[in-house]
Design a protein around this ligand. Structure first.
Ligand SMILES: [Zn+2]
Ligand SMILES: [Zn+2]
Length: 336
C-alpha cells in the first residue's frame, strides 16, 4: 500500500510503498477514505513527542475513517463493508484507576494511532475492533474524519457540563476544534458566543451558528462576556496563554473554563477571582469511547460536520506546511 511515512523527525514525510498490514486476532483492516491532519501531527513529525516512545518509521494520522476491508479472527462487531472510524486511542489497559473510572483516555498504558502505532496517512490502517467506532449513515466519511479527534475533544466537555439549553457557551478560537465547538454547542441548545480575532473570523463564526461574537481586537473579552451575564462554559481551543488570561474574567458564577489546547507557557490568574464566583479551570483530553459513540450519533442526528479541505495523500508535506503557517481553513483531510 501507499503511505506517508515519518522516517526521521524534522524531515518531510516519505511517500512510499509499505506492506499492507494483515489484521491479527480481534483486529480490522480498514481501507482509508479520509484522514484528518491535526495540529498534533506537527508535534509528532517534528519529534516533540519522541520521548513518548514514538517508534521510527511511523505512519502518522489519528482521525481516520474508511470501510472495513478484512476482519481478523474472533471479530464479531464488524463485517467487511462497514463504515468505520479509527481515533487517537487504540488501546487502554482497562485495569488502571482512570480506566476503571471511565477515563480511559488518561490510561498511561494507552496505544495511540499514528503516534505509537501506525496511523491513517495511508491506503489502509489496522486497529483492534474494541477501539474502532461505527460511523453512522448520513455522515460523509471525509467530513466525519476530524470528528474523531477535534469533534470528540469539544463534545466531551460539553456533554460533561450537563444540560446546556439556554446556557452561555463561549468558544475561544475558531479553527479545527472551535468551528465544531460552535456547531455542537448550538445544536445542544446553548447560547453560543464565539471569541475571535478580526472581522473575517467574526463573519465565519456567525455562519457556523454563533449567536454572538466578541472580536478581541475591538473589545475586552472578560468585560463583554460579563455584560452578557458571564459564560457557563468557555472552551479554549487556541494555543494562547494571553487568551487564557483574557477569558477567565468572563466566566459567570459556577462557570468553567475548559483548556483544550496544549498551551506550553505560563499564564497568570487571580485566584481570588475564582473563589468569589465558584469558578473553575479544567482541562480535557479527547474523550472516552462512550463519548465518541455519543458524539457520532449526535453529529448524525444534528447534521454536525467538519468543514474540510480535501487533499490527496501525495500532497501531505504541502498540507503540513500550510497547517504550520496557519493557512488551513478549519480542517484538512487527506484522501488516498
Ligand atoms: Zn488530533
Ligand atoms: Zn488503563
Amino acid at each position: 500500500m501507499k503511505a506517508a511515512v515519518c522516517d526521521v523527525f524534522g524531515k518531510p514525510l516519505t511517500i512510499r510503498e509499505v506492506p499492507t498490514p494483515s489484521p491479527g486476532p480481534g483486529e480490522l483492516l480498514i481501507r482509508v477514505h479520509g484522514c484528518g491532519v491535526c495540529h498534533s501531527d506537527l508535534h509528532l513529525v517534528d519529534g516533540d513527542w519522541a520521548a513518548w516512545g514514538t517508534p521510527l518509521p511511523i505512519i502518522p494520522g489519528h482521525e481516520v475513517t474508511g470501510i472495513v476491508e478484512k476482519i481478523g479472527e474472533g471479530v464479531t462487531a464488524f463485517a467487511p463493508g462497514d463504515r468505520a472510524g479509527v481515533p487517537w486511542m487504540q488501546y487502554a489497559c482497562g485495569r488502571c484507576a482512570p480506566c476503571k473510572a471511565g477515563a480511559e483516555m488518561l490510561c498511561a498504558a494507552q496505544r495511540s494511532t499514528g503516534v505509537t502505532v501506525n496511523g491513517g496517512y495511508a491506503e489502509f490502517v489496522s486497529a483492534p475492533e474494541a477501539f474502532v467506532h461505527k460511523i453512522p449513515e448520513g455522515l460523509d466519511l471525509v467530513e466525519a474524519a476530524p470528528l474523531l479527534c477535534a469533534g470528540v475533544t469539544v463534545f466531551a466537555p460539553l456533554r460533561r457540563a450537563g444540560n446546556l439549553a439556554g446556557k452561555t457557551v463561549a468558544v475561544a478560537g475558531i479553527g479545527g476544534l472551535g468551528h465544531l465547538g460552535v456547531r455542537i454547542a448550538a445544536a445542544m441548545g446553548a447560547h453560543v458566543v464565539a471569541i475571535v480575532r478580526g472581522p473575517g473570523k467574526a463573519e465565519l463564526a456567525r455562519a457556523l451558528g454563533a449567536h454572538d461574537v466578541i472580536d478581541s481586537e475591538k473589545e475586552k473579552i472578560g468585560r463583554t462576556l460579563t455584560k452578557m451575564g458571564g459564560a457557563d462554559v468557555i472552551l479554549l481551543t487556541a494555543i494562547s496563554a494571553r487568551l487564557f488570561e483574557q477569558c477567565i474574567p468572563g466566566l459567570g458564577p459556577n462557570g468553567t473554563l475548559v483548556v483544550l489546547a496544549a498551551i506550553a507557557e505560563n499564564a497568570s490568574v487571580l485566584p481570588a477571582g475564582l473563589m468569589t464566583g465558584h469558578k473553575r479551570i479544567a482541562g480535557s483530553l479527547i474523550g472516552s469511547r462512550d463519548d465518541m459513540d455519543a458524539m457520532l450519533r449526535f453529529a448524525a442526528d444534528h447534521g454536525i460536520r467538519s468543514t474540510v479541505e480535501r487533499h490527496p495523500l501525495s500532497a501531505v508535506n504541502e498540507v503540513l506546511g500550510k497547517l504550520r503557517e496557519g493557512k488551513v481553513r478549519l480542517r484538512a483531510v487527506l484522501t488516498p
